[in-house]
Design a protein around this ligand. Structure first.
Ligand SMILES: O=C(O)c1cccc(C(=O)CC[C@H]2O[C@@H](n3cnc4c(=O)[nH]cnc43)[C@H](O)[C@@H]2O)c1
Length: 247
């Protein structure tokens, strides 16, 4: 096993960190994992550690809603424990027709869609403005293995700080990010924290609502949480960890 990450040393266990936003998502993920997850402290709270494969810990942390809370929570866990892979997970809005309600999505790019400035020529992201990045790319082998196992759609997943509530904004996002399959609020924060620790990151989402005109009554959160549970029951953990260690 070879790895560029200083966090993956031979003989030292390193598992998977799953960062969700809220406790309902954490419970759904944990229902998909073997019983007996135990609490472990992290700065500012606690996570729950399950072991779907002996010696392979899967830690589930509810980090809060939005990219800032997610980044802070992920960084705290990464500083406290050793991980080979970090995954942002939860419910999301799906872009039609690629990602209908109830479907699962695996990000092949994690894109911060609203970090930038309005200019006379339109929106310019921070990369265009000359500061940092708005895109993190999960390891392709990880994306392929997870998507195959979950029968999931793959494509860019956008991180936004405001849930889209109009057809106009949905159209603007797909025009700027062709092929985007979903939007959520935490993925880029988690990926930024992971990058700082030299750990690969991915994003898995279960679609609870279409991205578009605001219709809160149409959100199918129960259905999405069920899909999230199935995803975490199905993931081939050993294979995924091996893929990122072999990168
Ligand atoms: O609009 C509301 O009334 C409302 C009430 C409670 C919660 C919300 C949220 O926006 C929760 C955001 C939460 O869920 C993820 N999520 C799910 N669907 C979307 C979406 O279409 N766009 C962005 N984020 C979404 C997100 O990752 C947050 O964790 C709204």
């Amino acid at each position: 096993m070879t790895s560029r990450s200083p966090y993956l040393q031979p003989g030292r266990p390193a598992g998977l960190l799953v960062v969700v936003a809220v406790p309902a998502e954490a419970e759904a993920v944990l229902r998909g994992l073997p019983d007996g997850a135990r609490p472990l402290p992290v700065p500012g709270g606690e996570l729950r550690r399950a072991e779907p494969v002996p010696g392979l810990p899967v830690d589930v942390l509810a980090g809060g809603v939005g990219p800032a809370a997610a980044a802070a929570a992920a960084a705290a866990a990464l500083a406290a424990h050793r991980y080979a892979l970090v995954v942002s997970a939860g419910i999301a809005g799906g872009f039609a027709p690629a990602a209908p309600v109830g479907s699962l999505v695996v990000a092949d790019a994690i894109v911060c869609a609203d970090l930038g400035a309005e200019t006379p020529e339109g929106f310019a992201d921070v990369t265009e403005l000359g500061f940092g990045t708005v895109r993190r790319t999960p390891p392709p082998a990880l994306v392929e293995a997870a998507a195959r196992a979950l029968d999931a759609v793959t494509g860019p997943v956008l991180t936004v700080s405001t849930v889209t509530g109009s057809a106009e904004r949905a159209a603007a996002l797909t025009a700027r990010h062709p092929g985007a399959v979903a939007e959520a609020m935490e993925g880029f924060g988690v990926a930024e924290a992971a990058a700082r620790f030299g750990v690969p990151a991915g994003e898995i989402r279960a679609v609870s609502n279409p991205v578009g005109p605001r219709d809160r009554a149409a959100w199918r959160i129960g259905e999405a949480l069920g899909a999230l549970e199935r995803a975490f029951r199905t993931l081939p953990y050993e294979h995924l960890l091996q893929e990122v260690c072999d990168e």
